[in-house]
Design a protein around this ligand. Sequence first.
Ligand SMILES: Cc1cc2nc3c(=O)[nH]c(=O)nc-3n(C[C@H](O)[C@H](O)[C@H](O)COP(=O)(O)OP(=O)(O)OC[C@H]3O[C@@H](n4cnc5c(N)ncnc54)[C@H](O)[C@@H]3O)c2cc1C
Length: 343
Amino acid sequence: MDDVIIIGGGPAGLFASFYSGLRGMRVRIIDIQDKLGGKMHVYPEKIIWDIGGLAPKPCFEVIQDTVKQGLHFEPEVNLEERVIDIRKIAEQHFEVETDKGNIFSGKSVIIAIGGGIINPKQLDIKDAERYKLTNLHYVVQSLKKFKDKHVLISGAGNSALDWANDLSGYAKSVTLIYRKADIKGYEVMKEKLEELNVKKLPNTHIHQLVGDETQTKIEQVVLENIETGAHTVQSFDDVIISHGFDRENTLLEQSSAKVDMFNEYSIKGFGNTATSIDGLYACGDIIYHEAKAHLIASAFSDAANAANLAKRYIEPKAKPEGYVSSHNDIFKESNKVVMKKYL
Ligand SMILES: Cc1cc2nc3c(=O)[nH]c(=O)nc-3n(C[C@H](O)[C@H](O)[C@H](O)COP(=O)(O)OP(=O)(O)OC[C@H]3O[C@@H](n4cnc5c(N)ncnc54)[C@H](O)[C@@H]3O)c2cc1C
């Protein structure tokens, strides 16, 4: 039996894993995605400034460091498994069931599912799927890829505008298409776009993707003016689709263990990360408590709190808080490796 089963491998789940390890607990992380890091994978190329004590760095580096830290105490990790039920069988005995038919037993559970399962809205056009491996993108993983390229961005939300902004001056050309007559993005960005070399095509959507001779890469895009029905064919090196995200968060609704909710989207935190069920804690974006800020930094703080509560639930005589890392013998051997760099 695991000491703690953590559902969700975003920043909250990963730090909960690390901190549970620091507190000597055996951990299992379960995430439906094929990689750890959670929502941070939505904006890997953006520069992160607001994690206390961390110099600004691209999010993909934050992902790397957070994952490394989360795996430090070698938790069990189950990826591409969606949790479909949480059951409290008895005190210190939970069952967590996944869509693969696995039933994991744990003494405690930490829910770190953020806003639920999020996936970019897919382009509903024939053959779109096959170009995903080449030049049809739903997330900008790295700006480098688009250097000196002709790029088409479809969408007018904040992410689409952000990418248009970031790529203009870097890509050879940026064309932004959107279905409405106006851009609905935030005002500052709209004004900025006016100054940038971004070609804007309102009332336009993608009608067809035309592949190269191998049919593995988009060569041209047939654009349709929604008002007039007129088609134009244009060549692009890369196509970025930014139509928002599909969110799915049925776990809490369907789960046998019924936690009190703060609202439709958030678990109610009692004090901090304690929920209405003993032994079941929640951290990160999924919990609401009075000290809540929807930040990575706050997810870390929640996670340590949840791990401390789980520890005390399993071992009531354990100290309420973990021992600080600077003086914690658990890092004695690992410190030798870290220190090598400085000697
Ligand atoms: C575009 C954007 C930019 C942002 N920029 C910043 C920033 O600059 N600074 C900052 O501090 N914050 C930023 N944030 C917010 C930050 O990303 C979140 O606060 C943080 O990711 C929350 O972490 P989490 O671990 O709670 O949830 P998430 O990161 O959402 O991770 C939850 C994980 O749970 C998994 N999951 C969900 N349901 C299930 C299930 N049933 N079974 C299995 N797995 C499941 C998901 O797959 C996911 O991996 C930004 C958010 C967005 C969208």
